[in-house]
Design a protein around this ligand. Structure first.
Ligand SMILES: NC(=O)c1ccc[n+]([C@@H]2O[C@H](COP(=O)([O-])OP(=O)(O)OC[C@H]3O[C@@H](n4cnc5c(N)ncnc54)[C@H](O)[C@@H]3O)[C@@H](O)[C@H]2O)c1
Ligand SMILES: O=P(O)(O)OC[C@@H](O)[C@@H](O)[C@H](O)[C@H](O)CO
Length: 397
């Protein structure tokens, strides 16, 4: 393993950009890119220009150490460290470097992790993620820089299409809309790797592990998965050689991930926090929360197009992942943006079950009820805030 100091000397040429420089990007897309680079199948390798979504802080902190950082893989029985070097430069996404980078013909791929909220129109005067992407694409069209693939890596069903809509909503001129139609591919993906926010204890553990300071390490779990569906008209890293699966239909994988893992997290956050739990592992160890979680999984698994053996294997892996006591995944972090998350998770399960003529699911309703209570709403009000008319569907079956 190179040291941070050695890795700082070498930078891959920027051929990829990323919007939403958070921990997840650094543990997932950047990690797959680094491992593809290490195979040496592509002589130059792929460097990433990473941009922050809302505040410049993450870019400043990462730039201060030449964008090299420690990725700590935290298993139930110990930590291992690798030096991550696929990010070549980091910037504030609000600045002009964003347009320069997106207009660069060497840049073939833009990945995004902008959270579920990032797909909505901007509040007040802030630039929405869609508007920012359009600012970049306008510069690219002007520079005749050619095709690019936009790859959504957020926990959303049909995330490639959701990104396309979020971008097109911000386009007000027909020529640019046509250029986007001809030159921009929107790629959907299922992404999975539990990656909590970094704490001071994580920084101390990293120092212990590597023998020197890293101000911005990322701690993640051993499990990782990326399923991708779409075209890359200008090329991409050799991700297929490092475990990324390319499929014709990503929807079943998205549903499995959203309705088992993410809905499970949301249930543990909504029902675990009022019981005094702070992390996923704590709530998972509470028989009350665990019982509801198992019920939720029973409600969701019947909706999935996988055979019983495959779903059993996914659930067995999830039980191990959620029980990992060394990953301090805070329920408060999962709870943030709960409204948008519940719509993708519990509400999707409830409506699919109602569509199929089944009862809505006790555990899914209990999650909505707990979330509603925390926001001063009763169950019927919470259901209608999440989806107008849903309470009527649930009660008048
Ligand atoms: N952390 C995980 O375990 C994990 C796993 C799978 C998928 N994801 C996806 O990645 C997203 C980011 O997770 P993270 O752990 O990196 O979070 P983070 O808090 O570390 O980073 C979030 C990033 O998104 C940007 N962002 C937030 N709201 C935005 C908006 N409205 N417009 C543009 N950019 C915005 C922020 O500026 C920041 O760069 C999640 O919301 C989820 O959709 C995360
Ligand atoms: O990342 P969010 O904020 O969309 O949701 C919180 C968790 O459910 C999520 O981060 C999972 O840990 C992740 O999706 C695992 O791959």
């Amino acid at each position: 393993m190179p040291s941070i100091a050695q890795a700082r000397g070498h930078r891959y040429p920027v051929r990829m950009a990323h919007l939403g420089l958070g921990n997840f990007h650094r543990a997932h897309q950047a990690w797959y890119t680094q491992h593809a680079n290490a195979l040496g199948m592509d002589a130059d390798g792929w460097g990433i220009a990473a941009f922050t979504g809302r505040s410049p802080r993450a870019a400043e902190a990462l730039s201060a150490q030449d964008c090299v950082y420690t990725l700590v893989t935290r298993a139930a029985d110990g930590d291992s460290a690798e030096i991550a070097d696929a990010i070549s430069r980091a910037h504030d996404g609000a600045g002009a470097e964003w347009e320069h980078t997106i207009a660069d013909p060497s840049v073939a791929v833009l990945t995004v992790t902008i959270t579920e909220r990032g797909y909505e129109p901007a509040q007040q005067q802030t630039e929405s993620a869609g508007a920012r992407i359009v600012r970049g694409l306008r510069a690219r069209a002007r520079a005749s820089a050619g095709d690019i693939a936009l790859v959504s890596c957020d926990n959303l069903r049909g995330n490639g299409e959701a990104l396309r809509l979020a971008v097109l909503r911000e386009v007000d001129d027909g020529r640019l809309a046509r250029w986007i139609g001809e030159h921009v591919a929107f790629v959907s993906t299922m992404v999975d790797r539990i990656t909590p926010a970094t704490t001071d204890a994580d920084r101390a553990a990293t120092r212990e592990l590597i023998g020197h300071d890293d101000a911005v390490p990322v701690v993640t779990e051993p499990f990782s998965e990326w399923v991708v569906c779409g075209e890359f008209p200008a090329g991409r890293p050799a991700w297929h050689s490092v475990g990324v699966r390319f499929v014709d239909d990503v929807e079943p994988y998205e549903q499995r991930k959203l309705w088992l893992l993410n809905a499970g997290h949301t249930l543990l956050a909504a029902t675990g926090m009022p019981r005094g739990h702070e992390t996923v592992a704590e709530a998972f160890a509470d028989p009350e929360c665990r019982g509801l979680l198992e019920e939720l999984w029973a409600e969701a698994r019947v909706l999935l197009p996988f055979d019983a053996t495959e779903t059993d294997a996914a659930l067995a892996a999830l039980r191990t992942r959620f029980a990992n006591p060394r990953i301090a995944h805070r329920l408060l972090q999962i709870d943030d943006g709960g409204l948008q998350k519940l719509r993708q998770r519990q509400v999707a399960i409830i409506t699919r079950r109602l569509d199929a003529g089944s009862e809505p699911g006790r555990a899914s309703l209990a999650t909505v009820e707990a979330w509603g209570r925390a926001h001063g709403l009763d169950l019927a009000e919470a259901l209608d805030v999440l989806q107008p008319g849903l309470a009527r569907r649930v009660y008048l079956r």
